[in-house]
Design a protein around this ligand. Structure first.
Ligand SMILES: Cc1cc2nc3c(=O)[nH]c(=O)nc-3n(C[C@H](O)[C@H](O)[C@H](O)COP(=O)(O)OP(=O)(O)OC[C@H]3O[C@@H](n4cnc5c(N)ncnc54)[C@H](O)[C@@H]3O)c2cc1C
Length: 490
């Protein structure tokens, strides 16, 4: 292998002071984190690489939310409910769906992504969040406090941004990484699990699309779609014989989003692979629209109106936090005294290849082992937000500390928004009290979240967070048994 040529960059760049909190990434997690923190009085800057808030829910054209309830009671509260109610009042959710969807049932709803973009702009403006579009977080400065030769705690001093004016260094008291890919955490030296590096395989992404011209009186996804996919695979219609097609989800009168076409082998942490993936994704979107037109009643006039501006990445990088939520926790429906959210979405680890064995594995997990029954849920402990040993850095959204299977549940947008509200509120507690992220009083955090509408049903609270790392954790620490106070959700 030839050695990579290096270039040393030296620049004097402007420093911006005065911020309490910098949030990297304005997807579902980051936007809700920024709103929650700003409402607590933090001077907050939200840095977003694209030109819109909402992440996968808007620029990624994944405009459908599920499992806001577990068919018995609601999972969500706070800002998530506020957003659902506002979309509903504006007539921006799919016909026939309403409050039942976030008050009780697992069956969710599609929504108009443009309406969500506008709503998030308004909520941020009202909370006085400073939003910086077309700006990327590209680097960070971290200081280490050593105790007895050991690295004790680490504190982030600031983040380097790149926008149209060039570079700038933004200093702040607290930082939240909600980039999906743990970009800020990686730059801060947080130990992360990276797909394709720490794992053999990468769950394939999909470039989603928006489709119009669907006659929903005749198109029934649940009834007709899988049979049509199987027929088309047998006919040799597709360029890859992939039986796993989530398909078209209704968002409006004749509109839907198309989630179809796995990009097998695509690596979201490689620019070259990502670039190839975008072109391939657009080709696949066209192929799947042709499939719907040819094979599904009610879809004969389907038109591809747009492909997404943001790649639909399912797995890239996750932080290793003070707690790593595992499949065992999920199966036990474990709850925690310091849980900052509860959730019930089934595990959705997509097929890694087109073999029958992989499809059988996916189906088994999606419909059996990985699917909480009605009334069941699991808890999300505070420690999954906190990179180990950091005083003022949190992760929120898809890049929190979980194993890949649990991530296949809580990476859904409602789960990410709950994590965002918790991270923003924790950052506010840190700025007000000076408590480090890695030793925050979690009783106070849970009580504050409850007063802000969060749905946290645990009876017992704890001032210290649950900590748990798996046996395979890089430092060699062993996973302790069930964390103290953990119990099974009813
Ligand atoms: C194909 C697909 C289908 C899915 N279907 C559903 C579904 O039906 N329902 C559901 O609820 N969930 C679904 N999900 C899951 C869900 O959409 C994501 O997991 C969720 O959006 C993650 O939220 P997030 O806020 O962590 O990240 P994202 O939504 O990815 O948002 C991250 C934001 O950070 C920005 N960003 C990234 N890097 C930087 C940087 N360096 N500087 C500044 N900004 C940056 C991005 O532009 C983006 O706006 C799906 C996911 C995929 C991939």
């Amino acid at each position: 292998m030839t050695e990579q040529q290096r270039f040393q960059l030296r620049r004097d760049i402007p420093v911006e002071n005065g911020y309490d909190l910098l949030v990297a990434g304005g997807g579902p997690a980051g936007t809700v984190a920024a709103i929650a923190a700003a409402r607590e009085g933090l001077r907050t800057v939200l840095v977003e690489a694209t030109g819109a808030l909402g992440g996968m829910g808007t620029s990624g054209l994944v405009s459908s939310w599920y499992c806001l309830g577990n068919n018995v009671h609601s999972m969500v509260g706070g800002v998530v409910v506020e957003i659902c109610e506002a979309l509903y009042e504006r007539g921006a959710i799919e016909p026939g769906r309403g409050p039942e969807q976030w008050q009780r049932t697992k069956r969710g709803f599609g929504f108009d992504p443009e309406a969500l973009k506008r709503l998030l702009d308004e909520l941020c403006a009202r909370a006085e969040v400073e939003v910086r579009f077309a700006t990327r977080v590209i680097d960070a400065e971290v200081s280490e406090v050593k105790a007895g030769g050991e690295t004790a705690n680490r504190t982030v001093a600031g983040a380097v941004l790149h926008g149209i004016e060039g570079y700038s260094f933004v200093a702040a008291k607290a930082f939240i990484d909600a980039t999906g890919d743990a970009v800020l955490a990686e730059q801060c030296g947080v130990v992360c699990r990276a797909a394709g590096r720490d794992t053999e395989r990468i769950m394939p992404p999909t470039l989603c699309a928006r489709v119009t011209g669907i006659d929903y009186d005749r198109f029934d996804r649940r009834r007709d779609q899988q049979t049509a996919v199987d027929t088309a695979v047998a006919d040799g219609f597709f360029s890859q014989p992939d039986r796993h097609v989530p398909g078209i989800f209704r968002t409006g009168e004749h509109e839907g989003i198309l989630n179809a076409g796995h990009l097998f082998g695509m690596d979201a942490l490689s620019t070259q692979s990502l670039s190839h993936g975008y072109a391939q994704g657009r080709r696949l979107a066209e192929e799947y629209v042709r499939f719907f037109r040819n094979y599904l009643p009610g879809c004969e006039e389907t038109h591809l109106s747009a492909t997404a501006a943001l790649m639909g990445v399912r797995e890239s990088r996750r932080i290793l936090g003070e707690y790593e939520l595992s499949w065992d926790d999920f199966v036990a429906r474990r709850t925690f005294p310091d849980q900052i959210g509860i959730y019930c979405k089934q595990v959705d680890v997509h097929v890694y290849d087109t073999t029958p064995e992989e499809y059988a594995r996916f189906e088994r997990e999606f419909t059996e082992a990985g699917r909480p029954a009605d009334g069941e849920y699991y808890g999300m402990p505070y420690g999954i937000l906190v990179p180990r040993g950091f005083t003022n850095l949190w992760a929120a959204g898809r890049c929190v500390s979980t194993d890949v299977r649990v991530n296949g549940s809580l990476r859904d947008q409602p789960g990410c928004m709950l994590l965002g509200q918790a991270a923003g509120t924790a950052a506010a507690q840190h700025v007000t009290t000076g408590e480090p992220a890695c030793a925050l009083n979690t009783r106070i955090l849970v009580e504050t979240l409850r007063t802000r509408g969060a749905n946290l049903p645990q009876e017992r609270l704890s001032e210290t967070m649950s900590r748990c790392l798996p046996a395979s954790e890089p430092s060699g620490m062993q996973a302790p048994p069930t964390p103290p106070g953990a119990e099974r959700a009813r």
